[in-house]
Ligand binder design. Structure first.
Ligand SMILES: [Zn+2]
Length: 392
């Protein structure tokens, strides 16, 4: 009996609620007709000819209220603007309407196509023109190479579609194009020098030139870490990581590993190279074992030649426990072997199992993951900073 009474009460409650909703519904439709209660205005938000999205914000509000309306284009469409009496009043998707009296505004959508402009592997410039446009519109894509780079061409689906820096495309549908840049063929002949930028990733080859570049933060390597207590210098960050590397090596039983050379000035490299020329008989022959001044990684202050206690820099270093340990572990501390075996045709230099360059731990890891066999090839894909010098 008790339960029956309870469910009856529940039923009455629900019926009352339904009746209330019905009353509200009729009251609402009455109020939405022309007979607005005084002091109220009606905002009607419509969609134009192209059903390209959704709108919200319409309704009845107190006169003079600022009402926010929203237009949301659906995929494949773009929002063009709000119109009132065929005149555009805003191009913002979210717009505030001041409702002094009842009014109707219309959201205009149109079919859209997207142009996506990407850059190839070598980040040698900037591109302009990406965006959403009206379907069928003619749009321009522009590629601007930075100093030291050339524009090669535009690719679509891996096919070159143009070699012009600026092209016009008709966007019948979404398009993706890629701007391909490359390093200028011979920076040295073009009077380009490596400029301030990311010195850790600066490309130093026989085709680039450091000029009289001199790093600002050189520090002496504590003599207990150098061969025969030599006075050697490195840039600060490189030095910090070198010390960690040498301490770990020692802990792992690689007792004889030391630094044999570090930073070299332009003039010091000039003397070394002259020496090699008289030894080998020609500049060409000397240049296989030694860099010309302005072209040595040692001038960056981030390159280290390692040796065991003999101090000898030769291929046999690769077979010492010091050389083996370095080949396996140096990258963990940010150091990469610059001139690996059998890569003379790429690096320009013979195998130097003792010569490592600090590029930072993160970059060293990226290099390892990239699958590149030489640092030279990897660095060519990193942003390089060049400056044009006046030779007069
Ligand atoms: Zn070296």
């Amino acid at each position: 009996m008790l339960t029956l009474e309870k469910s009856y009460k529940n039923f009455a409650g629900i019926a009352l609620a339904i009746a209330f909703i019905i009353i509200l519904f009729f009251a609402n439709s009455y109020l939405n007709s022309d007979n607005l209660p005084s002091g109220y205005a009606l905002l009607t938000v419509e969609i134009g000819e192209v059903e390209g999205g959704k709108v919200s914000g319409g309704g009845q509000y107190k006169e003079g209220k600022n009402v926010t309306v929203k237009a949301q284009p659906k995929e494949g469409y773009k929002f063009v603007g709000w119109q009132k009496n065929d005149e555009t009043i805003s191009t913002q998707k979210i717009y505030d309407v001041n409702l002094k009296q009842s009014k109707t505004i219309t959201a205009i959508f149109q079919e859209a196509a997207t142009l996506t402009i990407k850059k190839g592997k070598i980040p040698g410039g900037t591109v302009e023109g990406s965006g959403q446009y009206k379907k069928g519109e003619n749009v321009s894509a522009i590629a601007k190479p930075t100093t030291g780079y050339e524009f090669v061409g535009w690719e679509k689906n891996n096919t070159v579609i143009s070699t012009d820096k600026e092209i016009e495309l008709t966007l019948e549908n979404d398009k993706k194009i890629t701007a391909i840049f490359k390093l200028v063929d011979s920076p040295v002949e073009n009077n380009l020098v490596i400029a301030d930028g990311d010195y850790l990733k600066a490309l130093v080859t026989k085709d680039t030139y450091l000029g009289r570049y001199h790093p600002a933060d050189l520090k002496q390597i504590p003599v207990e870490y150098t061969h025969d207590g030599m006075h050697l210098e490195l840039r600060e960050e490189t030095l910090e990581h070198l010390i960690v590397l040498l301490n770990v090596a020692k802990r792992e039983g690689i007792n004889e590993l030391v630094a044999r050379s570090g930073y070299r000035t332009f003039d010091f490299q000039k003397r070394i190279f002259a020496n090699q020329v008289s030894r080998h008989g020609s500049e060409e022959q000397a240049n296989i074992v030694s860099a010309r001044p302005g072209q040595s990684e040692h001038q960056l202050g981030t390159a280290v030649d390692f040796s065991d206690s003999s101090g000898v820099l030769s291929e046999s270093f690769a077979n010492t426990s010091e050389g083996k340990w370095l080949a396996e572990n140096a990258h963990k501390y940010g150091f990469i072997m610059s001139y690996p075996e059998d890569k003379k045709h790429i690096t320009g230099y013979i195998y130097e199992p003792w010569h490592f360059r600090y590029v930072g731990i993160e970059t060293a890891q990226k290099f390892k993951q990239s699958g590149h066999k030489t640092l030279t090839e990897f660095l060519k894909e990193q942003k390089q900073y060049f400056e044009k010098i006046d030779t007069n």
